[in-house]
Design a protein around this ligand. Structure first.
Ligand code: C2E
Ligand code: MG
Ligand code: MG
Length: 366
């Protein structure tokens, strides 16, 4: 392309995730939008090992301001950050973004380099209780990240996780969260305090991350925690994105290896994908976390209620712990009890909270 298109100036390949960075000079008479369309058309097919092969892309554009002092890494972040779209839909070419440089960049796409945030502990670990609905007592917790950025303010994951998934930073952030929780569990054990299982979220990027199992093994060895005290939540879509047999075997191998290291494995956002049941056959997880949307549907539709009831039963029959997320009303609690689901998580019982508040909460509701 550099040969064919004089306006295609420079490109670089990222080592972490599959993206290409290109610096282009938009030719006269073309808009950034049109240029992206041209790129999609030209790079949409290529001959790979003698076979014409179609590629799907998401393209993010960020016009470099003529003046200003944005660093290269900020320009790259801005180009990568787009409106939230399902990046997993590989079936269509899609133009992700066309951002006007004069517009104020939205939160998290602004000037901050997030790596710096990690070093300066701008990422805060919040904890939300999981509870026994019958006895109204805390039985476990989930660690959820918040970004307290001096430049951008206090941000919820919805504002930055998508971006971090795209630029690969989610990998580092997850390790930070995991080590934080392992350290906390270790300290509590050593001080003879009550220790409940705590889950951390794992980005789907880990499934294809080189050296993931080695890194997890070294973390497990470093903290030497009893099995089950740290749970890993992987979303359902992280698993079902893999369609070939060898990919499925690889995912199964990852889950089994992590279990052997002592991590408990949880399928997060269960019932939001399209092949939930098929996945249960391959993935020997310990916990099924049924998504809030399923609970909301079950409140208004008998059909959904039947599905939810049988999902809970299926999970239990597969020796899984079943947790329903997003309980906000007493009515929902009663509905869950009536279908045999005893463990939940939701704002009704406890919101995600900082450490000290969480410790106090556990003392009251332990
Ligand atoms: P998730 O893992 O499914 O976490 C549950 C989300 O539901 C949390 O949102 C939680 O605050 C919210 N929630 C809990 N109870 C209720 C309720 O009763 N009603 C409603 N409407 N929502 C409830 P949060 O903290 O904003 O996190 C959103 C998502 O960001 C998480 O969904 C998870 O996918 C991701 N995330 C959070 N922390 C991390 C992390 O450290 N690493 C990675 N890779 N992803 C993370
Ligand atoms: Mg989760
Ligand atoms: Mg969830």
């Amino acid at each position: 392309m550099t040969r064919q298109d004089p306006w295609f100036l420079l490109y670089g390949l990222s080592p972490e995730v599959n993206y290409i960075l290109a610096l282009c000079r938009i030719p006269d008479g073309l808009t950034p939008q049109k240029t992206a369309e041209l790129l999609l058309r030209e790079a949409g097919t290529a001959i790979v090992n003698g076979t014409p092969t179609t590629f799907s892309y998401h393209i993010g554009i960020y016009p470099v301001p003529k003046t200003g002092s944005l660093t290269a890494s900020v320009l790259i972040d801005n180009a990568q950050a787009g409106p939230q779209q399902d990046s997993r839909n590989r079936s269509a070419h899609r133009l992700l973004q066309h951002r006007n440089a004069r517009q104020r960049p939205s939160a998290a796409q602004d000037g901050t380099t997030h790596g710096k945030g990690l070093q300066q502990e701008e990422f805060k670990v919040y904890l939300q209780a999981k509870y026994d609905i019958q006895s109204q007592s805390v039985c476990a917790a989930e660690a959820l990240v918040r970004w307290d950025s001096p430049e951008l303010g206090f941000l919820m994951p919805g504002k930055f996780i998508d971006l971090f998934e795209r630029n690969g930073f989610a990998i580092q952030l997850d390790y930070y969260m995991l080590e934080h929780i392992c350290r906390m569990q270790r300290e509590r054990l050593e001080h003879g305090k009550i220790v409940i299982p705590i889950s951390v979220n794992q980005s789907a990027l880990h499934i294809t991350e080189e050296g993931y199992l080695d890194t997890m093994e070294s973390i497990a060895e470093k903290y030497q925690l009893p099995a089950g005290l740290v749970e890993l939540e992987l979303t359902e879509t992280a698993f079902i994105d893999y369609t070939t047999k060898s990919e499925r075997n690889n995912t199964r191998h990852i889950v089994q290896s992590l279990k052997q290291m002592g991590f408990s494995m949880s399928i997060d956002d269960f019932c939001t994908g399209y092949s939930s049941i098929a996945m249960l056959q391959t993935i020997p997880a310990n916990v099924m976390k049924i998504d809030r949307t399923m609970l909301l549907a079950a409140e208004t539709s008998d059909r959904s209620l039947t599905i939810l009831r049988h999902m809970v039963e299926l999970g239990h029959n597969l020796n899984m712990k079943v947790v329903v997320e997003g309980i906000e009303t007493r009515k929902q609690e009663l509905l869950l009890l009536s279908i045999g689901c005893n463990t939940g998580q939701g704002f009704l019982f406890a919101k995600p909270m900082p450490h000290q508040a969480f410790r106090n909460f556990v003392e009251e509701h332990g």
